[in-house]
Design a protein around this ligand. Sequence first.
Ligand code: NAD
Length: 493
Amino acid sequence: MAAPRKGSQGRAGLIFGDLWEFDPAPETADPKLKARYDLFINGEFVRPRSGKTFDSINPANEQKLAEIALAGAADVDRAYQAATKAFKGWSALPGRERGKYIFRIARLLQDRAREFAVAETMDGGKPIKESRDFDVPMAAAHFFYHAGWADKLAYVAPGRGVAPLGVVGQVIPWNFPLLMLAWKLAPALAMGNCVVLKPAETTSVTALKLAEILQDAGLPPGVVNLVTGAGETGAAVMGHPAAAKVAFTGSTEVGKRIMRQLAGTDRRMTMELGGKAANIVFDDAPIDQAVEGIVNGIFFNQGHVCCAGSRLLVHEPVAERVIAKLKNRIRVLRVGDPLDKNTDLGAINSREQLSRITRLVASGVREGAVKYQPPCMLPKKGFYFPPTLFTHVTQSHRIAREEIFGPVLSILTFRTVDEAIEKANNTPYGLSAGVWTDKGSRILRMSTELKAGVVWANTFNRFDPSSPFGGYKESGFGREGGRQGLLDYARLA
Ligand code: NAD
């Protein structure tokens, strides 16, 4: 082991990083993957009428994980037919009966939690400690929570009464594949709707493994149908005339495209889109906790998080101290094999996403911001990017305006509360924000004046199924989670 190095304050600091040899600690549970996954329509796995397939690869080593069926328009139509047929029976079931199925799904997912965590990590690149401790338990929690609602729907809109909408079309992204699926499926099913869902093309595996659970839970055929493919399949799901509602999570660009596609129809919509959240640190904040919150805010899931705290706004009196501590902290982050339990940052989800991050980071350097990356050895094979900080960032820089969706933090400073609010709101997005301060009144003021769907105080990236999540402005509309999320799948009587 090397001698302790001098820390940022001139004191000796323990730098783990690559100086300490860790024995590899790979998660060994069997993900029970199949070589090929077909479409899940009407309760069974069926070959695609398109006759086409595509590969899902492991971004950590670029090896093929599985072959996935590609759904064409005829397959999507078949899925909608199955869902339409199933709707009559499913919506007529008493809520307590629907609740039993959803409870069963939650329990079966818990039973197979380790297997799902490994599959999620291999398919998407996220560290096993995150899929094991966050993605899978949170997905189960969403099913449990909504199972609990299914027999209490009279209280979703007291005095009004609610009814399901019909068949809903859902399209989700690749950053939290199983969790986004749970966010979408659970409230729709609890309310009595049937579903046609498309996972993202780089991360279809855990959705199709969940189809096995739906079968084991005895869910009636056609209540949930899963069609796999890329943008064209997504457009067919969103545009199908049998959809009473569409729910989309993904980029603002694609969200806008879908809204143009559906303009003039009476289709109900929920849009959960991109973000560029401000994480705001005042001089009276508990600095060490704030540094942990900043690190969690931007490096959790390699920064592939819609509500990531990708813009740090730091109060000038403490800026130098916070930045020094941050640099010190990110030197000990371990980047590498996502299946290793010691890994903090896993693989970037795809080659395309890696090149987007690389492009935006290059623009930051070109436009005059100062880049800091700790020394770290990246695996030779696979898609990896080191944790990155930018100082001397101005509001006009692309790295301060555009969603990078990677482990890259843009740091700006402010002098007054008003300036912090103005800078935080100076973005087309409005999904989330964080405030770090000792002052309760300041937290209250910030939470009303920040235009963001969620504002965390002295913490970041906290989620709960009972807490509605969603955006303002170009981050979208509609909510997921809580009573509000259920209302988005209901017709008011
Ligand atoms: P994306 O928009 O490229 O793709 C999302 C999904 O849409 C994928 O399944 C894709 O196949 C599909 N798709 C692509 N073109 C389509 C079209 N024309 N019609 C219908 N579907 C189409 O986004 P992504 O790169 O997968 O995900 C990252 C984005 O998702 C980021 O912008 C992130 O902020 C956002 N996101 C938002 C939330 C939220 O709750 N607000 C949550 C997670 C991710």
